[in-house]
Design a protein around this ligand. Sequence first.
Ligand SMILES: [Zn+2]
Length: 270
Amino acid sequence: MGSSAGFPISGFACSGYLARIAGQRLLLDCGPGIAGALIGADATAGVDGVIISHLHPDHVLDLIPLGYALMTEWLTEGRTQPVPVYLPPGGLEFLQKLSDLFGHRNWRFEENGGNAGYKALGAALARGEDWLLTVFDAREYEPGDDIVLDGTTVATFPVDHRIPTAAMRIRFEGADLVYSADTRFLPALGDFAAGTDLFLVDAHFSGPKAPGGLHMTPADAGHLATIANAKRLVLCHLGAPEDCASAQQAAAAHFSGAIHTAFDTREYSL
Ligand SMILES: [Zn+2]
């Protein structure tokens, strides 16, 4: 849904990847621009679960508009089923603080008005709870944990991005994808991704070397895909998405498999 780096630009939202698995829709990260790409014309959120890799704004900020879309579903359609949102360590406090900045706990709905969703939100607010944390079932995970959502297991792996950050691997009926999240080059991530069909890899920095130790270059991504023996590599989190051709060329010097450059709405079947 989005693969831009620190900020969205026209045609490139920030990080967000929707995995459709046997009718289940799992969203990996929810950066700026993702809610708009995800929410259908009928204003439904269109997602069954969300996993956030780390708490940087380009991966998490659109949880707020996604929550507003869900709240609207509760109020107008009587939805009462929260969407599970898995957050890395510190995520519950982070989301509560963010929500409190908008005063969500001070909202009021009549407890007796409207449908079941309206009543449920009204009752939660009357108890002093937050509507955002009512429409979301927010939980924390530890990078390295397995997350099980409706029978789909998402393995996570701690990567190195200075704050707790998790790569993710989803296997389903012989199909397999790995998302690196944001990280410096980490050979062990190649082992975590061993044999994957589709490897979505942070390739933020163009040039021969990634400064700062927070991200990778397309060349690093190619190197990592070779360690993993991945079938296909998708270069993501591009700091210069207009420069796709040279990014692919740099990755191809280190990886002989298929190389793609992510852009919004591109779909891959596994
Ligand atoms: Zn990022």
